[in-house]
Design a protein around this ligand. Sequence first.
Ligand SMILES: Cc1ncc(C[n+]2csc(CCOP(=O)(O)OP(=O)(O)O)c2C)c(N)n1
Length: 650
Amino acid sequence: MDAVQKADSGHPGTPMALAPLAYVLWTQHLRYNPANPSWLNRDRFVLSAGHASMLLYSVLYLTGYELTLDDLKQFRQWESKTPGHPEYGYAPGIETTTGPLGQGVGNSVGMAVAEAHMGAVFNRDQKIIDHHVYFIASDGDMMEGVSHESASFAGHAKLGKLIGFYDDNHITIEGDTALTFSDDTGARFEAYGWHVQHVADANDLAALNRAIEAAKAETSRPSLIVIRSHIGYGSPNKHDTAEAHGSALGVDEIVLTKKALGYPSLEPFYVAPEALRYWRDAAKQRAKTEDEWKKIYDAYKAANPALEKELQRRLRGDLPDGWEELIPVFTAKDGNVASRAASGVVINAIGKKIPELMGGSADLASSTNTIIKSEPSFSAENYAGRNFHFGIREHGMGSIMNGMSLFGGIIPYGATFLIFSDYMRPPVRLACIMDRHVIYVYTHDSIGLGEDGPTHQPIEQLSALRAIPGFTLIRPADASETAEAWRAALKHKKGPVALVLTRQKLPFIDRSKYASASGLARGAYVLADSPGGVPQVVLMSTGSEVSLILDAQKKLETDGIRSRAVSMPSQELFARQDQAYRDSVLLKGVKRVAIEAAHPMSWYRWVGDDGVIIGLERFGASAPAPVIYAHLGITADRVIESAKQLVGKK
Ligand SMILES: Cc1ncc(C[n+]2csc(CCOP(=O)(O)OP(=O)(O)O)c2C)c(N)n1
């Protein structure tokens, strides 16, 4: 109440209502150690209802994490450890960034997947990975689709270590949930295959305890505990109102509330010393769970030294020695290859050597070429499997991937058609905010997919994804660049990388005549210059349209125009190069033409004021790919025409 009042913004009602739950969890159940917030076998706790952040911050302070009362007084202030919503990396004990409702549920499922997988791979006689993942979800979390997708997957995968609390308080921003929400949430989760319990009174500590004990005892199904609570509990005039959700209670109401609750002082931020001592003592007791675990870990290490080394390598995020030697080299013998097919070859070549590479697709494996052959699938029967079947749940896939990545030791990849990246954009954005090393494989990347038509043909997706801060998009031009794209994606540990790949075959680019595809690492590189001096025009492109600039370059040459062909598979990697390199590729003062079968928005920076962008500002069409390309003017002829105009030859 006091922190929200001081900030004059925030959400007091749910922290007030769920204080008893937090008390029971942190003093009696959670395995954690404030002195070592990131020990491997701690229980994970995710506050999916991220707006209730003050609940988590208060408990982290009370239990003795590195978060002081002064930090609580800095709630929602510039560069404080206590931003409006919990943000990963700001305060110890925050396991993930939450706030967009539903995401925390998906992240929790991902963490439970990782717990199950890493345990199956690394546990021996000693169970070094064996803990629970808890989350708190609000009405909003339960209404959002991503929680449905993730919960459905969790039930199917029988993730027995996952325990969720549903804060059933009947209040959202617009008022009573009766306005919009008639689901029987408990019954819905039962139908997903969860073990569901009800606690009728959020203040009934004994009932909460019993329910948590029963949830822990249930090992073959995830658990949901539906708790009837009253938002703003204790506030004489604001409890059970939407007002208590998202505004400070007001100084007078806080006084009334403290009196009503019998709080020992009216002084803001007062914490009774005996209460603080009680919490800190309880935390010390809980921290013993780490001491016990350390003994198990030491025995494990002594019995399995090589495996323990491997575990630590994975947790550090170091790639195994020698993996790059396995990246395939594509030659003329391979002929014309779709980049999705080349990607499948690369995944299979390197996948065996990189066990932390774990992923799959949203039911499109045969189209996205993302199966590692001869590896088993992750399933309730075999958590050690690495081929992942997310089901047709793109949003859940993105959110689960974030949870897997946050756990550590796993580089998750997830695939779908580029068009359906729209269905998973919220977790993609959060992966960027949290600098997660996750890899997206987005195939069927343009009108080049042909007959499936405009519903499946991405137009604005490339520019929209490129606009997310911290996102790295790579759209390779041929099989060789696809191999380099995987190299870059695995080495790029800070933030997600998307490989954007074609359905259709791409012409072979003869690297004995053109520059090596290793230039991809710098985002853009010169494929070739026309002979005879400084180029008069720079032609640039990505992916399937690179072959068009190479065709155009040849024709321009016969017409006496010198051009430079630049492959720019990643605008983001290129933007991170120094100015000198960028100038050496784009040649300051020389006019530029860019072509990409997508919305032109992201190209303006690169062509300059006097350049030309050949792109698409309309939806595609259902027809064979070459017909669509011709009708929509994504052609070498358009490049030639534009280049001639720019050099004044037309
Ligand atoms: C995806 C998403 N949509 C909308 C919001 C804005 N928002 C924050 S809390 C909330 C709903 C509040 O109701 P509930 O989830 O029951 O939380 P409580 O009132 O119990 O704190 C909304 C719509 C959001 N944070 N995330």
